[in-house]
Design a protein around this ligand. Structure first.
Ligand SMILES: *Cc1c(COP(=O)(O)O)cnc(C)c1O
Length: 835
């Protein structure tokens, strides 16, 4: 409080500046200024990092005035805003994206050339902001790009993890994790804003008392507090003057906490306590699609929810004082999965305990502002927290959850009198030896909108997991099929293809992907196909260079580039892919190569450090690759490589160079997928199951331009009770030979038995992922792929059609859907010339 007052100034002369010029001379001179005067480097400096940093600061300056004008415009128009709350933002690099969206890439490139520097080298010096695991975190990043491009007043709220997603190295074929201290050389894109620091409570106890008006009220006392310090990152829209904000919170110790310990004579303990406080934002939990129930993770979740809501309420109070009459009309909170769902009871607490509101009014506001996105059907990913943990860590929050539950169960009992089984099923508290809070149910009860992320996923949600809630509130449930931003995932990462597209149809497609449909007729133009093919070859060579450097495996760009990159998980079935690879290898060994398509198979992805089967899968992929790549009989017929440390920056090289996109999850398990969309936009053809957004991709391009295989979600569930993989293996000579190779230890000569758990999983009648069930269908589809690829004209046509019909999978479309059906925000136009 005192901090804020002391540092407040208002000086009009300090705030208004003319826009910075983007001509080559200005860019050059400002780059030199930063490099020499700000960073103190000279021509002898051996680290590219400082040149990168000088350029980042030069580019960031060009966002600052727009950023401020955007904030003013939101304030002046008094518009409704949406807050995207997410424990993950997988941003990747920022420099290229900022230059692209400002439209200054060519000038910057020229300015650097004049100084004897290559833009690409500086771009490569940036460390990925890896503050996410995979699809869910990358979706949040793509959403921010589209919101800024559509000029929607949307702000991201997340955590500034000191350590992001671990770096993966492969040693003897096994994953080794290394900490990702991405902030070690500073982060030029962030602006620290200590003046907006918030105080977050933990521990203590709750008390009840009578207010002066005689009302029963609660309060949270004897807490151990932690400070939340915001760091803002600019999110530029595409050539439109808008710069939105991603606000990331860092934990810091309070001063008085220190002082108390110090007075008690335990200075070192007080420093240790400071450490404990700052631990909250130390590290991203590296689990994708599974929860691990660690107390520190719940601390992170509450920390994010509380800091963000207090921040928003403080801004509200600065404008409206204590009047919350229109709060629900002007604010919306989109919860990215249940991770930030502590926001529900926390908003109730803030409105009641801090703003003095009664329950009914606070609940009205909460249920009109909360919206929840579900990302998974996997039971192991559904968050539940032990009631006891809440009692210790967040006692006042637990009171409120209990009260929400009591009122909710009364509503259910009124609707279905006497149905106690239903009450037990729907309760926010799961009874048992260790009672638990069901976070998804908490989010559903408090939200006016609950969405899945692809048509099939949204259907399965209301038929299965959330069926009871759908019967109660059908109007809450809706679908918002995921997307990816075409700025990063075409315009930035695939300059060769972008140039070709713009030459053919103009450059409007970057912000209006509908226009890319104009490529459809060009698929029939042999000259255009030739140019498309030439672009693909350039991109394949770029990818091959990366594979050579990273894996020491040589990919010949004339072969079919067959790629599966994503988190390693049993449901994504990297194993099925590998069984096909072993099948091809076996065909070569048997001399069954009369008709053959050379293939380069790339698999990449991180395994959660505690996920044994995923890590063993990585080892198996590497061992199989080792055997195949070193067999002189195989040569260029088949190459296999495991790409280490898969991340956003790697995908920017991989998706433009891919011919065949592997999307082969067990039907009904992949909520949407977004990797599938990045590949499609870049002209890869998909081999996929009828799962997640694959279904919608196939709908767009038609069966002729998609290689579909495998059981449907319904067939999977129907087969499950009588699933008999041993019989399937027996009846299929190809699968039999593949299994024999695995049994024989051919891929683990010096490590007998290490792959037994994999073999057992495939042959188990309770294999949840039914790998053996889809083998035949997969191998047959792969044969059709190989045949199609041998016909270059046909393949190129399919490639063009896939890009041309990818319009639906732009996050611009996704965000317009969110806005039309959930947020109802008005775009705020900014004068492009300004700043
Ligand atoms: C797009 C992306 C993902 C998501 O891939 P899926 O195939 O949808 O699982 C994961 N990680 C990174 C780095 C990505 O860019």
């Amino acid at each position: 409080m005192s901090l804020k007052k002391k540092h407040m100034i208002y000086s009009p002369g300090l705030t208004e500046l003319p826009p910075l010029p983007n001509d080559i001379a200005s860019l050059t001179s400002e780059f030199r200024h930063y490099y020499t005067h700000n960073l103190g480097r000279d021509k002898y400096c051996r680290s590219l990092h400082y040149a990168y940093k000088a350029l980042a600061l030069t580019v960031r300056d060009r966002l600052m005035e727009r950023w401020k004008q955007t904030r003013y415009a939101y304030l002046d128009s008094d518009c409704k805003q949406t807050y995207y709350l997410s424990l993950e933002f997988l941003m990747g690099r920022a420099l290229g994206n900022a230059m692209l969206n400002l439209g200054i890439t060519d000038h910057v490139s020229q300015a650097l050339l004049d100084l004897g520097l290559q833009l690409e080298d500086l771009v490569e010096a940036e460390i990925d902001a890896g503050l996410g695991n995979g699809g869910l975190g990358r979706l949040a990043a793509c959403f921010l790009d589209s919101c800024a491009t559509l000029q929607l007043p949307v702000m991201g709220y997340g955590i500034r993890y000191e350590y992001g997603m671990f770096r993966q190295r492969i040693v003897d074929g096994r994953q080794v994790e290394e900490p990702d201290h991405w902030l070690r050389e500073g982060h030029p894109w962030e602006v620290e804003r200590p003046e907006y620091t918030q105080r977050i409570r933990f521990g203590g106890k709750s008390e009840f008392f009578r207010t002066a008006a005689g009302e029963l009220a609660g309060r949270w006392v004897d807490t151990s507090d932690v400070l939340a310090v915001p760091y803002d990152i600019p999110i530029p829209g595409y050539k439109n003057g808008t710069v939105n904000t991603l606000r990331l919170w860092k934990a810091a110790a309070t001063d008085e906490f220190n002082l108390g310990e110090f007075n008690a004579g335990s200075y070192t303990e007080s420093v240790a306590a400071k450490n404990a406080a700052e631990n909250i934002t130390m590290v991203l939990y590296p689990n994708d699609a599974s929860e691990n129930g660690k107390e520190l993770r719940l601390r992170q979740q509450y920390f994010l929810a509380s800091a963000s809501l207090q921040d928003i309420i403080a801004r509200w109070r600065a404008l409206y004082k204590g009047d919350f009459g229109t709060f629900a009309d002007k604010n919306c909170f989109q919860l990215n999965d249940t991770h930030p769902s502590c926001a529900v009871p926390e908003l109730m607490r803030l409105l009641m305990d801090e703003q003095g509101m009664a329950w009914d009014q606070a609940w009205d506001i909460t249920t009109r502002t909360m919206a929840y996105t579900n990302h998974t059907l996997l039971p192991e990913a559904l968050e539940k927290w032990p009631v006891q943990l809440f009692r210790n860590l967040l006692p006042r929050i637990l009171d409120i959850i209990f009260e929400i539950n009591a009122r909710f169960l009364k509503l259910v009992a009124d609707r279905w009198p006497g149905d106690s089984e239903r009450l037990r099923r729907m309760s926010l508290i799961e009874e048992g030896a260790v009672p638990q809070v069901r976070m998804a149910y908490l989010a559903i009860v408090a939200s006016f909108s609950v969405n899945g992320v692809a048509e099939l996923h949204s259907q399965l949600l209301v038929q299965g997991l959330f069926r009871d809630f759908f019967e109660l509130w059908p109007h809450k449930f809706n679908n918002k099929t995921n997307g990816v931003t075409p700025r990063r995932w075409i315009a930035w990462c695939n300059p060769a293809m972008s140039r070709l597209i713009s030459e053919a149809i103009g450059d409007g497609w970057t912000s209006d992907l509908q226009q890319i449909r104009q490529l459809v007729p060009l698929a029939e133009d042999p000259a255009f196909r030739e140019r498309w093919h030439a672009v693909k070859l350039i991109n394949k060579q770029r990818m091959a260079d990366m594979v050579e450097a990273q894996c020491g495996v040589t990919f010949d760009p004339n072969g079919l580039f067959d790629v599966q990159v994503k988190r390693i998980h049993e449901y994504k079935r990297q194993l099925l892919n590998l069984l096909h690879v072993i099948h091809l290898y076996n065909r070569i060994k048997r001399g069954d190569t009369a008709t053959w398509t050379n293939r380069c198979v790339l698999i990449g992805g991180k395994a959660a450090p505690g996920y044994y089967m995923a890590k063993l899968t990585i080892k198996l992929i590497n061992n199989v690759a080792q055997v195949i790549n070193n067999d002189p009989l195989v040569g260029d017929l088949l190459k296999v490589a495991f790409l280490p440390n898969y991340r956003v920056t790697a995908m920017e090289v991989v998706c433009p160079g891919t011919d065949l996109s592997e999307q082969i999850s067990t039907a009904g398990k992949e909520a949407s997928g977004t990797g599938n969309m990045k590949f499609m936009m870049n002209g890869a053809v998909t081999i996929g199951t009828l799962d997640g957004a694959n279904i919608e991709i196939r709908q767009e391009v038609g069966d002729d331009n998609f290689f579909m295989f495998g059981l449907t979600a319904e067939e999977v569930e129907a087969l499950r009770p009588q699933y008999d993989p041993a019989a399937i293996i027996d009846a299929d000579p190809d699968l039999n030979r593949v299994m024999q190779l695995l049994y024989s230890g051919h891929f683990n000569m010096f490590e007998p038995g290490i792959f037994d758990p994999v073999i057992n999983a495939i042959t188990s009648p309770t294999d949840p992922w039914m790998v053996a069930a889809d083998f035949r269908s997969f191998v047959d589809a792969q044969a059709r792929v190989a045949e199609a690829y041998r016909d270059r004209e046909r393949w190129t046509r399919m490639s063009i059609i896939n890009s041309a019909l990818s319009t639906k999978f732009s996050t611009d479309r996704t965000i317009l859907d969110y806005n039309r059906e959930i947020w109802n925000l008005q775009p705020v136009r900014l004068d492009m010339k300004q700043g």
